[in-house]
Design a protein around this ligand. Sequence first.
Ligand code: NAD
Length: 504
Amino acid sequence: MTFQATVHQSAHSAGLATRHLQTLRRRDFLVGAALVDGRWVADRERTQVIDPATGEGIADVARCTAAEMEVAIAAAERAFPAWRELLPAKRGAVLRSWASLMLEHSEELAILVTSEQGKPLAEARQEIAYGAGFLEWFAAEGERAYGETIPSHKAGSLLQVRMQPIGVAAAITPWNFPIAMITRKAGAALAAGCPIVIKPAPETPLSALALARLGEQAGFPPGVLQVLVGDPIELSRPLLSDARIRALSFTGSTEVGRLLLRGAAENVKKVSLELGGHAPFLVFDDVDVRKAVGGAIAAKFATSGQDCLAANRIYVQRGIYGAFVEAFAETMAQLKVGHGLEPATDIGPMTKLSVAQKCRAQIDDATQRGARIFTSKNDTSLGGNFVLPTLLSEVTEDMRIAREETFGPVAAVLPFDSEEEVIARANANEMGLAGYVYTDSLRRALRLSEQIECGMIGVNTASFTGPPIPFGGWKQSGLGREGSRHGLTEYMELKYVCFGDLAV
Ligand code: NAD
């Protein structure tokens, strides 16, 4: 079976991002200045921001140094006592105002996201709403940082557990969700009473710096919210070595997560890691194939496949395997590939060339080892960052795509026979972020949701994330949780207090 993906990258994609950026009313979103200790730092060496669809430079941003990171850490430390002492409702009011400003400027933020990250504009708009949702959630959650009173094991004493802000926090954020991964971390830290220093991915600094502009407008005092763009290794060094950074939150690759965990060990910092995924997507033969295909397409191709929740291994029970592959290929063929600012686009470019190259290497490896491929020939009019939606069937566990995360629009479908077998295969991997199960059997759904080794499972759904849920993984997919009431505790310390000698 073959199909032709619809490609609509047109000649006028050249300059498209620049033309959209020129329409922004908020010209300050394009100044490219870092926010350090309440000052906008712009006048220095600058780095270009690239539209990944066309390779064109679309803006430039100030490149901060390690010395400036030290200044930011000192400013955050100075800002900590007053921010911690503010009533949680007052901190929440600033967070809510930040969220409202995000929504007010949603269209402009979405244009920034698509221009530098590449995702379709409709998805960028969804990300702004999703990202603002974390600020609203944590604005309220900060008021519910309840402690405990423990029934005493000692006569005449009162035992309390309090929740207190940990101190200055740092966030190192990725390029796939350049807005939401900042607000999911910053919302929690700021609500808990911790100033935060943010180092965004160098590929997507404009979104992060625009958020900082809106944060300043919302009323965060100097030093409470800071954003510095620059070389990841140079800027993360002080974040690791400086003992004043008490909590470090990172989203990105497992490889860098390990490096940061090692670096944080010196000062025994509290570390939250949201790392890679390799989600198994299990489809049993009792389901409606069309529904399962709809779920698999959504779970595979959202964010052009650059999503840690992406369905990376789609296991389909043998009885419906052929029908599933056929329906998947048909639906996939409807996806339109092109510049994210073209209204019809479903699949944009990969933000980084290295991600596109990894996709191509996995496709080559799988086809050399006998997988069947459904795709059109790569269109040379598209830039090297584009990967056409591709379906690989008859995938086996020895292929690279079955063993490692793809992070692009390449779907691997593997047949299976029994429940026991597929559980073992789904769990035979060091990653454990998300999983999906499609079945009409309640008993099986309950068994599977218990036995799959991962932090999050969707049963008969491909969409489950949002502010109220504890987002995070098992095994090498990470440490800690973001969102939900658990997200707040990543930025808090427990303090046990024993009041003795109370007997009258
Ligand atoms: P990465 O881990 O290199 O980048 C993520 C963040 O870490 C960025 O802010 C980057 O500047 C920073 N960083 C990179 N090297 C660093 C270092 N030595 N010290 C400190 N900070 C550093 O990820 P990548 O290379 O951009 O992408 C590679 C793969 O990572 C992807 O294909 C995907 O598998 C995974 N990834 C996962 C997520 C996620 O949502 N969990 C996000 C992005 C990337």
